[in-house]
Design a protein around this ligand. Structure first.
Ligand code: MN
Length: 257
């Protein structure tokens, strides 16, 4: 099995290294990842400047690895279309340093790399560690490979993106289990802090304070807060079928004169 690994924390991040090391048990790994951190870049792609890339040795891993001066979505595009000799059978993004839960995934570069995989119709998994900033991803990586192993054992994940979050834990035994969840909702307040620069001009710094998690027991947020791995299947059809039903009775026409 050919596996493409990307992320949004950058090619030198601890989470990507630990994932690539452990994922070798599943097949041939190739890494294509941003040359610097791209967290919260969402699904941006680079169209107005050239993309440059270079091959590097990822420490002791002995795998094909490229940095790209672009976004996570750029990396997966370039990897699948150009850099990799064969089309990957699986795209894995992560392990992100920080959770990607609920509505926050709209902004997530980690999830966007996996969405890009899905746009190629390649099964994709986004992995995020819901702990504090960490250099030790060994427990998260152990949980991640256990999840990936079971996902692969369970059969076809065609046309599927799994958003996986792993709770903070010092030991794998402290994680309570795995829950299949839906996305919750996160709401923020006072998102911009106004400050003055040394020349007296105002500037704004995004510093959202979380005011509410929508924490229904079936949500990803609830599962993580209770110490479970959360696994949410995501699709990218943003159509509101409910709204189509509601507005289909509207009287809409163009005034053709
Ligand atoms: Mn990140």
């Amino acid at each position: 099995m050919n596996i493409l690994i990307s992320n949004d924390d950058g090619i030198y991040s601890y989470g990507l290294y630990e994932l690539a090391k452990r994922a070798k048990e599943f097949g041939k790994i190739a890494v294509v990842a941003p040359d610097k951190e791209q967290s919260a870049i969402g699904h941006a792609i680079t169209m107005h400047q050239p993309l440059r890339c270079g091959k590097i040795e990822l420490r002791d891993l002995n795998i094909d690895a490229w940095w790209v001066n672009g976004t996570p979505a750029d990396c997966v595009k370039l990897g699948v279309e150009t850099l990799l000799p064969e089309r990957p059978d699986l795209v894995i993004s992560g392990i992100n340093d920080g959770e990607n839960l609920g509505t926050d995934i709209i902004y997530s570069g980690t999830v966007s790399a996996a969405i890009e995989g899905l746009l190629f119709s390649i099964p994709s998994i986004a992995l995020s560690y819901a702990g504090k900033c960490s250099t030790d991803f060994s427990v998260a990586a152990e949980a991640a490979v256990q999840v990936i192993r079971q996902v692969l054992d369970n059969g076809k994940i065609d046309n599927m993106l799994l958003n996986v979050n792993i709770p903070e834990a010092d030991r794998i035994e402290l994680i309570k289990g795995i829950k299949i969840t839906r996305l919750g909702v996160k709401r923020y307040r006072n998102s911009f802090e106004k400050r003055k620069d040394p020349r007296g001009n105002s500037y704004y710094w995004l510093a959202g304070e979380l005011i509410q998690d929508e924490m229904g027991e079936e949500t990803d947020i609830y599962a993580i807060r209770k110490g479970y791995v959360s696994l949410t299947p995501i699709h990218i059809d943003l159509t509101s079928y409910e709204a189509i039903k509601k507005i289909s009775g509207w009287n809409l026409s163009l005034n053709n004169c």
